[in-house]
Design a protein around this ligand. Structure first.
Ligand SMILES: [Zn+2]
Length: 143
C-alpha cells in the first residue's frame, strides 16, 4: 500500500466517520416522531442507502402490542417502498443505549451481511457489521 493509498484510505475513513455521525443525528431526530404511548420507550433509526440517501424511522406501537414495529424496520421499509434496496449502514438511537432486536437484525441481514450498524454504548459510538450482531443469519438459498 503506497502513501497515496494510505492517505486516500484515511480520507475515506474520515468521510465515513462523518457520514455515520450524521446518520446518528438523523436517528436522534427521528426519536421525536416515535409513537410509543404504551411503553414510552422511544427509538429512532436512520438508514443510509448505497446512493447516499437517508431514510429515517421511529418505533410505532399499537394497542394490540404484537403489531408494534421497531424504528429500524420502519426506516428500511420506507426506503424499500421508495425503490431503494442497497444499504450501507443503519443507525439506531434510544434514550438509553439500544441495539437492534433479534427481529430487526434478521430484517437488516436480509439486505447484506456487510451492512454497518451504528449505535451508542455509554455515549460512545459503536459500529459493527450486521453479521457480527447476527452470526450465521438466515438466508434463503436461491438457485
Ligand atoms: Zn427491532
Amino acid at each position: 500500500m503506497g502513501p497515496e493509498t494510505f492517505i486516500y484510505t484515511l480520507a475515506l475513513l474520515r468521510r465515513m466517520r462523518k457520514d455515520y455521525m450524521r446518520l446518528l443525528d438523523f436517528a436522534k431526530d427521528a426519536m421525536a416522531n416515535a409513537y410509543a404511548p404504551y411503553s414510552g420507550f422511544v427509538v429512532g433509526a436512520a438508514v443510509l442507502t448505497a446512493d447516499g440517501m437517508v431514510f429515517t424511522g421511529s418505533n410505532v406501537e399499537n394497542a394490540s402490542y404484537g403489531l408494534s414495529i421497531c424504528a429500524e424496520r420502519v426506516a428500511i421499509t420506507k426506503a424499500l417502498s421508495e425503490g431503494k434496496k442497497e444499504f450501507v449502514a443503519i443507525a439506531v438511537v434510544g434514550r438509553a443505549g439500544v441495539t437492534p432486536c433479534g427481529a430487526c437484525r434478521q430484517f437488516i441481514y436480509e439486505f447484506g451481511a456487510g451492512i454497518d450498524v451504528i449505535y451508542l454504548n455509554d455515549g460512545k459510538t459503536v459500529v459493527k457489521k450486521i453479521s457480527e450482531l447476527l452470526p450465521e443469519g438466515f438466508t434463503l438459498k436461491r438457485s
